[in-house]
Design a protein around this ligand. Structure first.
Ligand code: PDD
Length: 286
């Protein structure tokens, strides 16, 4: 039986009860993280936990445990569930209290849960590339917070999914922001461009790893907004996320990107990213 982490205890899934007045359930009043597991080890764990605490702080939610405690507990969770390749999902809400919009009383304890799921790497999309669909970004103005409120993202992803596309590429007017659950990169005149980490995008951990790999390997990049036209005319386009790593987009809104094949800079980023996974998680089979 798979274990779930509830507050500080590992318990069996069937024994868990979530209150119907939990504010996560009623309002989406909470924050979350998704951390990749390779070879039974957590990839960029500290970066994800740092962001969880930052997101919580941005919504004035105090996580009642030190970061080291959560780090240790999720390591135990992965071991208990014998997870090799997959994800850990973590979320914390403002707890259960009689329904009212304003924050509940100080004594209301936040609800913290974490669980694991098996998830293979999407090797087919990584090697062959995938399609994207442009969707107007109608989300709020605090996309830097990894909030449980994902309706804008979900509705956009559904449109993409119905069009046979892997991702919705969100744009505000003429400016490309990010994917519905990923960050967006283009190659223009041999240089990588990605939207700067403002309030209008989530500063993805994978995005940050990719930028660090660029610095370490002298690959030119700029954090600058780019337009829908620049996206469609790009030499290469790829998305990044915890679950997807680096996935090339070879067609957007039915238009071929570049020569329609996975480009050299995207391939290089994939190789460097895999090397980083191997170094951190001792991965041997890729
Ligand atoms: N999504 N932008 C948005 C809106 C996201 O939801 C995500 C992650 C990213 C990429 O961030 P990272 O590299 O830290 O995963 C960008 C996660 C994986 C999800 O909701 O499943």
């Amino acid at each position: 039986m798979k274990k779930i982490l509830v507050n500080e205890a590992l318990v069996e899934r069937e024994n868990i009860k979530i209150d119907i007045e939990d504010r996560g359930y009623q309002f989406g009043d909470g924050v979350y993280e998704v951390i990749r597991v390779y070879n039974g080890r957590l990839f960029t764990k500290d970066e994800h936990l740092n962001r969880l605490y930052e997101s919580a702080e941005k919504i004035s939610l105090t996580i009642p445990y030190p970061q080291e405690t959560i780090a240790a507990r999720i390591e135990e969770l992965v071991a208990a569930n014998q997870l090799q390749t997959g994800i850990v999902y973590l979320q914390i809400t403002r707890g259960a209290a009689p329904r009212q919009h304003a924050f509940p009383s100080e004594e209301t304890a936040p609800t913290f849960v974490a669980y694991t799921n098996e998830m293979a790497r999407n090797e087919a999309a990584m090697t062959k590339g995938a399609k994207g669909l442009l969707v107007e970004d109608v989300r709020w103005l605090r996309c830097d917070i990894k909030s449980l409120n994902l309706l804008g993202n979900i509705l956009a992803k559904q449109k993409a999914s119905e069009a046979g596309c892997i991702e919705a590429i969100l744009h505000r007017g003429d400016t490309v922001m990010e994917g519905s659950s990923s960050n967006m990169f283009i190659v223009k005149a041999g240089q990588l461009l990605t939207h700067p980490a403002t309030n209008l995008i989530l500063n993805g951990i994978t995005r940050q790893v990719v930028l660090k790999l660029c610095q370490e390997n002298n690959i030119a990049y700029t954090e600058t907004p780019f337009s829908v036209q620049e996206l469609l005319n790009a030499e290469e386009v790829f998305l990044t996320s915890t679950t997807s790593e680096v996935i090339p987009l070879i067609q957007i809104d039915g238009k071929q990107i570049g020569d329609g094949r996975v480009g050299p800079i995207t391939k290089k980023m994939q190789q460097l990213f895999t090397k980083r996974i191997k170094a951190e998680c001792g991965l041997t089979h890729v």
